[in-house]
Design a binder for this molecule. Structure first.
Ligand code: PNS
Length: 164
């Protein structure tokens, strides 16, 4: 069984990595796909996000990272022969957005099933958007030790380099 875990991953948080670690145990192959969300303007380039995810998942043998622009998620899933789309749900407020996306994808390709995985409760508050807001406003002056709850040490350094 092959699944695709799509997202913006701008940048990959510990919440994303938790879903990747747990998802890799459910599927023979998990493809993490960096895709375009037209509602978001990324801080990290697609190549930077690819590099981060490759570094952070190098220890998981059945995880592969890809990056595509200008391709629908269901088209990519079909091209890669993935039967499942995996998405994490953190809070109730994620549900409307995730359900709408899953149902739209179902209309586009009824052969691909979306599977939701509940986030670890300790990651429920974690969002890359909030992280970027804190970093954008907080650097260079704030004590960034709290960011260790959000991202790995490598990602924190890359984030800091964007602002300092
Ligand atoms: O991490 P995000 O920003 O919540 O991920 C959203 C993403 C990238 C999965 C979504 O925007 C997406 O699937 N983009 C690819 C284009 C597409 O297929 N859009 C229709 C989704 S119903």
């Amino acid at each position: 069984m092959k699944a695709i875990f799509p997202g913006s991953f701008d940048p990959a948080t510990l919440g994303h990595l938790d879903i990747i670690n747990r998802g890799a145990k459910l599927f023979d192959c998990l493809i993490v796909a960096i895709l375009t969300n037209i509602a978001k303007k990324p801080l990290f380039s697609a190549d930077e996000r690819l590099f981060i995810l490759q570094q952070e998942t190098a220890h998981i043998s059945n995880v592969e990272i890809v990056s595509f622009n200008g391709l629908l998620l269901v088209e990519l899933a079909k091209n890669l022969d993935a039967q499942y789309i995996l998405r994490g749900i953190r809070t109730e407020s994620d549900c409307n957005y995730e359900l709408a996306m899953a149902q739209a994808n179902q209309k586009l390709n009824p052969h691909i099933e979306t599977i939701f995985m509940a986030s670890n409760p300790q990651n429920a508050y974690m969002s890359a958007s909030l992280l970027k807001e804190i970093a954008t406003v907080g650097y260079p002056t704030f004590d960034d030790s709290a960011l260790d709850n959000w991202v790995s040490a490598n990602v924190k350094t890359l984030l800091k380099n964007k602002f300092c």
